[in-house]
Design a protein around this ligand. Sequence first.
Ligand SMILES: [Ca+2]
Length: 235
Amino acid sequence: MACLRIVCFMFLILTSSLSEYQDTYKASFVSPGFPYIKLGPTIPEPLKELTLCYWVRPHNHTSNVSMTVLSYAHPKRADELLAGLVTGSGVFFHRQKRDKNVSPAHSTYSIQVGQWTHVCITWSSLTGTTRIFINGKHANAFSDIAFGEVVETGGVVVIGQDQNIYGGSFKKDSGLQGDLSELHLWDTMLCDEIEKIYKCEIPTDGNVISWSKSRKIFYSGVQTSAIRLPCGKCQ
Ligand SMILES: [Ca+2]
C-alpha cells in the first residue's frame, strides 16, 4: 500500500508540473541589426495543409510595429509563407500565390508587449481556410487564402526576419523584436490538439519544423537561454 501511495504521489507531481509550465529555451531577437535564425533543412514535401504554432513575447512598446516570426521564401516567390504580428493590433499570416498576389489573413487579437502569448495558425489548400488560435482558443477564420495552391518545397525558412528575396534582403522595421519559443510546423491542420498544446497536455513536436530537433543557424546576435513557459496561462 505504501508503495502504491508513493506511485500515486509521483504521478500527481508529474501531472501537475506538466500542466503548469514547460522547461525549454527561448531565442531573443534584440540586436539593432538583423537578428535571425535560418533553418538547416527546407520544407521536404509540398504542403497542402499546415499548422504553425509558437510562443512569442514582443519587447517593442511602439504600436503598429510589424514583426516577422517566420518567413519561407521560394526562388519563385519571396513570400511563399509569411507569419508574424503587429504590436497593438494582431497576428498575420500571408500566402503568396502563383500569380504573385498575396492572400492575407489578419486577426484582430492584440498581442500584449512583455507578455508570453501562444499563437497557432492553420491553413488548408483544399478549402482555402485559415484559422488563427490565440492562447488555445479559436480567434478568427478566413476563407479564400491561397485556395488550391500548395506550399512548394525547395525554399528557405528564416525565423525573425522577412525575406524579400530568396534567402535575404531583410528590411528595417519588419524583424521580430522580442522572445520566441516552441515554434513548430506540422503538415496537417490541427484543431482540438491546439488547446492541449497551449496547456502542455500533449507533447509538442512539429513534424516539419521542430523547435528542439530542427537544425538551426543563429545570426546577428540571437541569444538563447532557458525559459519556463507558462502552460495554459499568458504572462
Ligand atoms: Ca517579404
